[in-house]
Ligand binder design. Structure first.
Ligand code: CMP
Length: 167
């Protein structure tokens, strides 16, 4: 589009559906153990996370987050890949173990970017209220989140620099 926004067909705006696979609590914990964000968690902490995280499946093409919308969920990729539309020209791929949607939950501002399922996705979803509670249960999570945020700020600034540079 001329203004740099992304032209989406609204019919592609599908809600992710709660997984029909009926994942057991211990299976959820296994998945969580493999996520670097929770790498340092004790069994007790992992159990707490598993209790609050819901599993969702989303087909390829689903718009999971739309830039400018209010944010209510934090997402962790279990299977599949997603694309973050950082700017009109910059897209980033997120893989299993990566997370997104943390920024709006941390600062209460609208979503900073659009995120689309590149392939079929299995996601762990944590809602705003539980996300806040999680910081008390898993204090180490804050460190990983901050490191990731710093990296994302640097990437966004690099993307801005590139788009401003005269060609
Ligand atoms: P949020 O702003 O809540 O919603 C959009 C999400 O895209 C954002 O949180 C981050 O999780 C993610 N995001 C935004 N900018 C970047 C970036 N430069 N690199 C990776 N992920 C990003």
């Amino acid at each position: 589009m001329m203004d740099g926004s992304i032209a989406y067909d609204d019919r592609a705006l599908l809600e992710p559906v709660r997984s029909a696979a009926g994942i057991r609590q211990d299976e959820k914990m296994e998945r969580l153990e493999a996520v670097p964000l929770f790498g340092g968690c004790t069994r007790r902490q992992l159990r707490a996370v598993a209790r609050i995280a819901e599993i969702f499946d989303a087909p390829a093409g689903t718009i999971l987050i739309r830039a400018g919308d209010p944010g209510e969920e934090f997402f962790l990729i279990v299977e599949g890949t997603a694309r973050v539309h950082v700017s009109a020209r910059k897209r980033l791929r997120l893989r299993p173990g990566d997370f997104f949607g943390e920024m709006s939950l941390l600062d209460g501002e609208p979503r900073s970017a659009t995120v689309v399922a590149e392939s079929a996705l299995r996601l762990l979803v944590i809602r705003r209220r539980d996300f806040t509670a999680l910081f008390e249960k898993v204090p180490d999570m804050a460190r990983t989140l901050m490191a990731t945020l710093s990296r994302r700020v640097r990437q966004a600034e690099r993307a801005l620099d590139t788009s401003r540079r005269p060609r």
